[in-house]
Design a protein around this ligand. Structure first.
Ligand SMILES: C[S@@+](CC[C@H](N)C(=O)[O-])C[C@H]1O[C@@H](n2cnc3c(N)ncnc32)[C@H](O)[C@@H]1O
Length: 266
């Protein structure tokens, strides 16, 4: 891992702890269904994405293959997605550069211990995945692809480990219809960084992450690996769906939305 990324990982864990993301016990096992607290609204959105992932990607693929899936959870954090899939009978590998106990793989250990062997933890980067070629049915970037430093390379690397006919999915990364809105978001983030991130701001902003996606960015970055992405539109809570309208009324830039993006592995 580069010095930039190692510094980021440590500062990110501190930031996530400050944000109250250190779930454990029942709350961790319940994710993405977090009912109370300041993060409940955000998790209500994430739960909808998760349900679309399961309904539109996981279930049809498992049905077609006639067996539970092997899934690679890229940027898994505390491993909640791997845990959910393991509960449903699939096998999951949770991969992340962070091993801290806030919401890195250190936190995922408690889940893996209860997953009856169907959840493995794999420290490492999605830029160089320690898994053989064509070894999983599905690779999911769950709120993680916007941390890619080199989007074409990261997509090609994920495609490498998925079996032909398998699937790749992008969940909960910010997508903008227009590049300019994504660029504006990044500028706003930088301008408000010291207020939002405190002392860790410089370190958190040091790695040149891609930060956001657009349909065009994704298509261009996927050309070499032959991936062709389709959006599965998620029906989010009303307040989330209303954000573009409210932004327009307030004269603000158009916000991102998540949705689930899926590609077959050619
Ligand atoms: C917003 S968190 C999402 C965590 C979890 N997937 C979830 O949905 O709650 C993004 C995660 O991506 C991880 N990450 C960032 N860059 C990565 C990389 N190059 N390889 C693997 N994981 C990475 C971070 O450590 C972090 O845990």
């Amino acid at each position: 891992m580069s010095a930039d990324l190692a510094g980021f990982a440590a500062a990110y864990a501190r930031h996530r702890a400050a944000e109250g993301r250190g779930h454990s016990g029942e709350a961790l096992m319940a994710l993405p269904y977090l009912r109370g607290g300041p993060l409940a609204r955000q998790w209500a959105v994430r739960a909808r994405s998760f349900e679309t992932l399961v309904g539109d990607v996981v279930a049809p693929l498992a049905k077609r293959l006639g067996r539970p899936l092997s899934v690679l959870d890229l940027g898994a954090g505390n491993g909640w997605l791997s845990w959910r899939l393991a509960l449903a009978g699939h096998s999951a590998i949770a991969l992340d550069i962070r091993e801290d106990e806030v919401d890195g793989l250190g936190a995922a250990r408690a889940l893996a211990a209860r997953a009856e062997g169907r959840m493995q933890l794999r420290p490492g980067s999605f830029a160089a995945i320690s898994a053989p070629d064509a070894s999983v049915d599905l690779a999911v970037f769950n709120a993680a692809l916007h941390y890619a430093l080199d989007l074409p390379a990261v997509l090609a690397e994920a495609a490498r480990v998925v079996r032909p006919g398998g699937r790749l999915a992008i969940v909960d990364s910010p997508f903008y219809r227009r590049e300019a809105d994504g660029v504006a978001m990044v500028a706003e983030k930088k301008a408000g960084a010291s207020q939002r991130f405190g002392e860790g701001a410089d370190v958190l902003l040091a790695p040149p992450f891609i930060e956001f996606l657009t349909r065009a960015r994704l298509a261009e970055a996927s050309a070499a690996s032959g991936l062709a992405w389709r959006r599965r539109r998620v029906l989010y809570p009303l307040w989330y769906e209303a954000r573009p309208l409210l932004a327009r009324l307030r004269g603000q830039r158009v916000p991102s939305r998540f949705d689930v993006w899926m590609s077959a592995r050619p």
